[in-house]
Design a protein around this ligand. Structure first.
Ligand SMILES: *[C@@H]1O[C@H](CO)[C@@H](O)[C@H](O)[C@H]1NC(C)=O
Ligand SMILES: *[C@@H]1O[C@H](CO)[C@@H](O)[C@H](O)[C@H]1NC(C)=O
Ligand SMILES: *[C@@H]1O[C@H](CO)[C@@H](O)[C@H](O)[C@H]1NC(C)=O
Ligand SMILES: *[C@@H]1O[C@H](CO)[C@@H](O)[C@H](O)[C@H]1NC(C)=O
Ligand SMILES: *[C@@H]1O[C@H](CO)[C@@H](O)[C@H](O)[C@H]1NC(C)=O
Ligand SMILES: *[C@@H]1O[C@H](CO)[C@@H](O)[C@H](O)[C@H]1NC(C)=O
Ligand SMILES: *[C@@H]1O[C@H](CO)[C@@H](O)[C@H](O)[C@H]1NC(C)=O
Ligand SMILES: *[C@@H]1O[C@H](CO)[C@@H](O)[C@H](O)[C@H]1NC(C)=O
Ligand SMILES: *[C@@H]1O[C@H](CO)[C@@H](O)[C@H](O)[C@H]1NC(C)=O
Ligand SMILES: *[C@@H]1O[C@H](CO)[C@@H](O)[C@H](O)[C@H]1NC(C)=O
Ligand SMILES: *[C@@H]1O[C@H](CO)[C@@H](O)[C@H](O)[C@H]1NC(C)=O
Length: 327
């Protein structure tokens, strides 16, 4: 395998950082396990390919195998939000539009509980990653974890890729961001259905959220989540109870994505968020996407998309802007 290196000279003198060329990963294979003390001893594997059609990201899953040795059974199907497909036929594949960048499949067994499987895969901005980034010398990324008597782990290997844009300048880091998301009611002349904003200070790799504003529609509430910390939202406003959590991003080359959820009080299951922020650390630079740093001249990431509970009736925009740079 060929390795490409670029050399960046840091602003403060002679330090030389060797940096690997970025890649966009277009397909991967996955092996993983999930084991608890009673219901599950799952072995999971499959292949995923990413495609973009008319601006929408699709993932196609194939060769899926999900085995629970506790009940000695293979899953018969997988579901992504309300889209389900049958995986029992040889050569079966399932394609779904990736919402909110996260691929969280529910495995359907002919009886018994429904576990989430293939966790950890991110399809964002035309490339697969985990919260770590693939590089030419690191085409497999592994994680493992244990909480009490629950064990999880996976290995995700990039099996095809293309080169990605390289940053050619060394830029000052951003130290404060303002994030704003809006949902428009298309069938009512694009009137605003819900809006919210959040400020994050960034110190090293830690995000300090503050100043949540919540103008969600009546009977909805807003939460900002990083999916690797689902139990710990960055900020949430539940019936006026506002919470904040400081979150430290991984070290090294990493992708940190934040989604804004507007959740109805009544039924919160199965609603995806709106991708509202991307912090990409590549070769020790802080970027809004591959090849694009935050700079005073180009300080905002703009995102837009449907709102999936009702994509024909609602659309969304998100602005993620650097409002202060390190001096
Ligand atoms: C879980 O299943 C795997 C293979 O299916 C088996 O090797 C392992 O011993 C099982 N572990 C437990 C704790 O049952
Ligand atoms: C992409 O969008 C264009 C214009 O809206 C439409 O004509 C075309 O059929 C779409 N292509 C696919 C593959 O959906
Ligand atoms: C399909 O998955 C099995 C494991 O379940 C693996 O042994 C095999 O190599 C995979 N085939 C392809 C084409 O990836
Ligand atoms: C999922 O499992 C249920 C039974 O538990 C079955 O009725 C349904 O058809 C399955 N769906 C798929 C796509 O396999
Ligand atoms: C899934 O596909 C298999 C094989 O094609 C078929 O026998 C089975 O009835 C299907 N199951 C469901 C729930 O559709
Ligand atoms: C793990 O155990 C601790 C202490 O008993 C408990 O507070 C926590 O909720 C448990 N975590 C899970 C995921 O069950
Ligand atoms: C996944 O891809 C890697 C890299 O191409 C390969 O070494 C590995 O054997 C593959 N694993 C499976 C289960 O197909
Ligand atoms: C939408 O806005 C336009 C321009 O402001 C106005 O002419 C039109 O009557 C509005 N339509 C509805 C359904 O409110
Ligand atoms: C953020 O909140 C702090 C403390 O509540 C307040 O002093 C400050 O004015 C707010 N800043 C903005 C930009 O709203
Ligand atoms: C986050 O960090 C700030 C500054 O150190 C601190 O005042 C605040 O209590 C922390 N918040 C939480 C929820 O730990
Ligand atoms: C979408 O808007 C139409 C027209 O206002 C309405 O009849 C329909 O119920 C709405 N659908 C959803 C899912 O909100």
């Amino acid at each position: 395998m060929m390795l490409f290196y670029i050399f960046l000279v840091a602003a403060f003198g002679a330090t030389t950082i060797s940096a690997e060329a970025p890649i966009s990963c277009l397909s991967l294979n996955y092996t993983g396990y999930f084991r608890d003390s009673d219901q599950f001893n799952l072995t999971v594997s499959g292949n995923f390919a990413l495609s973009i059609i008319n601006g929408t990201t699709y993932a196609t899953a194939s060769n899926l195998s999900i085995y629970n040795s506790v009940i000695n059974a293979y899953a018969t199907g997988v579901c992504y939000y309300s889209i389900c497909c049958n995986i029992t036929a040889p050569g079966a594949s399932c394609t779904f539009d990736v919402r909110d960048t996260y691929i969280l499949l529910y495995a359907n067994f002919s009886s018994g509980p429904i576990p989430t499987v293939f966790t950890g895969i991110i399809a964002d901005d035309g490339t697969f990653s985990t919260n770590k980034l693939f590089t030419p010398s690191k085409m497999c990324l592994s994680t493992s974890g244990q909480e009490n008597t629950t064990y999880t782990g996976n290995t995700i290997c990039c099996t095809s890729s293309v080169p990605a844009a390289v940053v050619t300048t060394n830029n000052k880091r951003c130290k404060r961001f303002t994030s704003r998301t809006t949902i428009y009611n298309i069938v009512d002349n694009y009137s605003i259905f819900s809006t919210s904003s959040l400020i994050y200070d960034v110190v090293g790799r830690t995000l300090y959220p503050r100043n949540l504003t919540d103008n969600a529609a009546p009977n909805y509430f807003v939460c900002y989540f990083d999916h690797t910390y689902f139990n710990n939202p960055l900020s949430c406003d539940q019936k006026g109870q506002v919470t904040y959590a400081n979150i430290t991003m991984d070290s090294g080359d990493t992708k940190f994505l934040i989604s804004t959820f507007y959740l109805p009080y009544a039924e919160i299951f199965g609603i995806n968020g709106i991708l509202s922020a991307r912090l990409l650390y590549r070769n020790d630079q802080l970027l809004m996407q591959e090849g694009v740093p935050f700079t005073p001249q180009n300080n905002c990431l703009y995102l837009k998309g449907p709102w999936y509970p009702s994509p024909k009736n609602y659309s969304t925009t998100a602005n993620f802007c650097c409002s202060a740079f390190e001096s």
